[in-house]
Design a protein. Sequence first.
Length: 365
Amino acid sequence: MPRPELAERPAGEIARPTTRAEDAFAKIREDLGQVAPRDPVKRTLGPRRYRMDILRDICTAEAFTTVMAWLASSTIPSINSKRNYADDIRFWHQFAQELGHERFFIGCITRGDVTTWRLSEEKREQAKRSIARRLSALSSLTVFAAEESQTYIPNPVTRHNRPKIDRHDETTATPVLEVDEFAALFDWAECLRDVVVTSLVYTFAGRVSEWCEADVTDFRDGRNPVIDLTRKGDKGRQWSLPHQLAELLVLLINGRTDGPLLLDSEGRRLDRHDVDRILTRLGKRAGVLPGRDLTPHVLRASRLTHMHDDGVPLEEIQEFAGHDDPATTLTYIRRRGDQARRARHAADGVDKFSAQLGRWLALAA
């Protein structure tokens, strides 16, 4: 005889016949977290929903099972990546609807569709890195589905329709705030949460998910305040907190002994979209990065660049950022010396024929 709690579940719920299966279900549901979907017509945010529930609504039953297995697998190690990939599938569902498919399923988007989409995105001047990330999610899901089903499923993403990314192209790199620009953000903070979020993301050059996933119990105040954070790839790290930041956290927690470390205005766990909105608001009011949004990634690149400016060795910056490869760290750093050297070499070249250029300038005048 089924247990009452199983029998009372809505028909649309995933079957969970054992305690272990229930634990697994709860784990992936919590990992994926909640999001406030944006209405594509009204362009307003709707009520917050679990990503798992949204995916169940937009995928066919077979595709939903595959997507859940993919997101629960070790193929995607970090919680932040799982959430990003879940959001990417929501995006691909919108494109599938443009193609005439009511729900998303594996194979509903072909190679030709991908090429058409990529070209249209480039026409709209979307960043190549954003295009590449969307395609990576679609490709990863397709490869996983083929391996799991042990059948041939054509991957719609190939090397022929992926944008080529130059990791050293500074024109598309994440912008960096100067120290005085970063300091100006605090003049526009509306509440203690604005101050704490901005301070933590910059100071520790962290991915925003690390702070959104942290709980009150991860923070320990005292003579030597510390906090436990989980970095990408489930790397657990304990960080010492400067006393001023610790004092701000104590004020923000306001006596709570459990639950999320950072809460939104309605008492729910802060997510990366909330942090994006906080920073974008502060950036616009402070007048930094005209025409662009201030994001957590900008603060991360800014912090690592400022460390480089202060003469911190590359290997220490790499370890602080949690990068496995120093080449990855270098993509974040805007090395001021490089620009100065390029300017000097260009000036040296002109010096060799400056007399000739001077005569032409005199004639033109």
